[in-house]
Design a protein around this ligand. Structure first.
Ligand SMILES: [Zn+2]
Length: 178
């Protein structure tokens, strides 16, 4: 996947689908990029907003990360496209930064324990699991809130991930997100 620091340089390839968002580790001008993201968000090949979210390792303040997480969550709701959430070490902050969701708010690469999965599900989040996951968490995730992804292992196809999950789930939906 290409990572663009300037959304205005986005040149979509026909037939492909994209997601765009401000990654919590992004070191540029968040305000400028957010305005560009708003413009880009209605593009028909843009299918989701994100990754956005909170990351404890970022040099950007948590206050700023939270502010822009909320903005992007509201943007996703306003254009009726799903939100892809990246969260490292900030679970309570993520749940506290509540934005009412009428679209899927998908926490990607979820490897947490079932207790955390349950809290997130109760708050309305969906969960996306890759090849590495906690089987108990996957088993308590209802089919309509469950997604899968290849993100953590890009040599693996989404069908291989589905195969690994299949012993734990019944209904599968492909997030097909890297
Ligand atoms: Zn991520």
């Amino acid at each position: 996947m290409d990572v663009l620091e300037d959304p205005m340089s986005f040149r979509p390839v026909a037939g492909r689908q994209y997601s765009a968002g401000i990654f919590p580790l992004f070191a540029g001008d968040w305000d400028k990029v957010y305005r560009q993201l708003e413009t880009l968000s209605s593009h028909s090949q843009l299918k989701a907003i994100g990754e956005c979210g909170l990351d404890r390792r970022s040099e950007i303040s948590l206050a700023q990360q939270t502010e822009y997480y909320k903005k992007q969550a509201e943007l996703a709701v306003s254009i009726n496209k799903p939100l892809i959430i990246h969260c490292v070490g900030c679970w309570s902050e993520l749940m506290a930064a509540y934005v009412p969701s009428s679209v899927p708010f998908i926490v990607h690469g979820f490897r947490g324990k079932p207790q955390l999965a349950e809290q997130l599900l109760k708050k309305g989040f969906s969960l996306s699991f890759g090849p590495l996951f906690n089987p108990q968490s996957l088993m308590i995730c209802p089919p309509e809130r469950y997604y899968m992804e290849t993100d953590a292992n890009q040599n693996m196809t989404i069908n291989q991930v589905a195969q690994i999950h299949s012993q734990y789930v019944t209904g599968q939906k492909k997030c097909n997100y890297r």
